[in-house]
Design a protein. Structure first.
Length: 335
């Protein structure tokens, strides 16, 4: 069965964080009204009363005639044909738990760069299994795209992946603006796993910075991260893909280098000497790489790809290993 998205398909966004807010801003730029599921009462009230998110990206203003924020998940999903998931992966089950409206006639797009903790699945895999959807009716949006810059109109490049290139093009057209360029792909697996892996690698880079390693070493570390990512993708799901383009390498680079990066910040705190628990407590937003490190290690048991950088991050986060000692050991394995 084919799943074709209509040109007039109504969109809804699930989530109220910074990335969800930035995506809604892009969707409303086209003049269409966007459904928006918001669990947080404070955020919901500020969106309705002031047209802004009081907790995340509060300098982003919305035309209130173009947004339909609601805490009724079923109502939001029922009115949409395209449902865009933009909640942190760690809370995805919590966000979707109240849902009673079937998704079988919807097209679901994941804008989440993370693993579903405990299930050892990507969001696309989880939605496919849990809601019995065909991969033909699931897509994703990814790329180097910090919400802070996207919402403020900084030039950004996003990639939409679907099994059907025409569906990818139609979804991409909804997000395209003067400041957002869109490319399309059919590599659902590779782009989603690349977006997950780069969060782990950004933690390693943050650790290195916190430990006092310089720019020369960071360049070597990130080059090896890129090689490890490609090795995992090719070893676990071989396909024709170019991992040097923005959805793979670009997303890795921005997450490793940007001061906006939550995962880099988590690693930085650990590198500065914080315990993992205290570093997590200092984070004001979810660092997806923390959960991804455990899940990727579990998934890699099946594939047995050599991943010394991801293993180092796992050892520090989950086994109490010394970041300083494990990083020093890692330096002997890089080229």
């Amino acid at each position: 069965m084919e799943y074709k998205i209509g040109t007039a398909a109504r969109c809804a966004v699930i989530g109220h964080g910074s990335w969800a807010t930035a995506l809604v801003k892009l969707l409303t730029a086209g003049g269409r009204r966007v459904g928006w599921y918001v669990r947080n009462g404070e955020v919901l009230e500020s969106l309705r009363a002031e047209g802004r998110n009081s907790r995340y990206l509060d300098d982003t203003e919305f035309d209130r005639d173009r947004i339909a924020p609601s805490d009724d998940l079923d109502a939001v999903v029922r009115e949409a044909e395209v449902v865009i998931l933009a909640a942190p992966s760690a809370y995805l089950k919590t966000f979707l738990e109240p849902l009673r409206t079937p998704l079988r006639d919807k097209f679901v797009v994941s804008a989440i760069k993370g693993i579903v903790p405990g299930d050892y699945q990507t969001v696309v895999e989880y939605i496919h299994d849990r809601y019995e959807l065909s991969y033909k009716q699931i897509g994703l949006i990814s790329g180097p795209s910090h919400a802070e810059e996207v919402s403020r109109g900084k030039l950004s490049y996003l990639t939409v992946a679907c099994t059907d290139p025409e569906n990818a093009r139609l979804i991409g057209s909804r997000f395209a603006t003067d400041s957002v360029r869109i490319s399309c792909s059919t590599d659902l697996y590779g782009i989603e796993y690349a977006a997950i892996l780069k969060n782990i690698y950004a933690i390693s880079v943050g650790m290195a910075v916190g430990l006092g390693y310089g720019d020369n070493f960071l360049a070597v570390l990130i080059a090896n991260c890129a090689a490890e990512m490609t090795r995992f993708l090719d070893g676990s799901y071989p396909a024709q893909r170019n991992t040097q383009v923005s959805a793979y390498l670009g997303d890795l680079l921005v997450t490793c280098y940007s001061t906006y990066s939550r995962n880099r910040r988590l690693g930085l705190l650990i590198g500065h000497g914080c315990t993992v628990r205290s570093a997590l407590n200092e984070m004001t937003m979810v660092a997806e790489g923390y959960f991804a490190a455990d899940c990727i290690r579990h998934i890699n048991f099946r594939h047995r790809v050599e991943m010394p950088i991801a293993e180092m991050v796992y050892d520090v986060l989950y086994r109490g290993a010394s970041a300083r000692l494990r990083m020093k050991e890692l330096t002997t394995k890089l080229i």
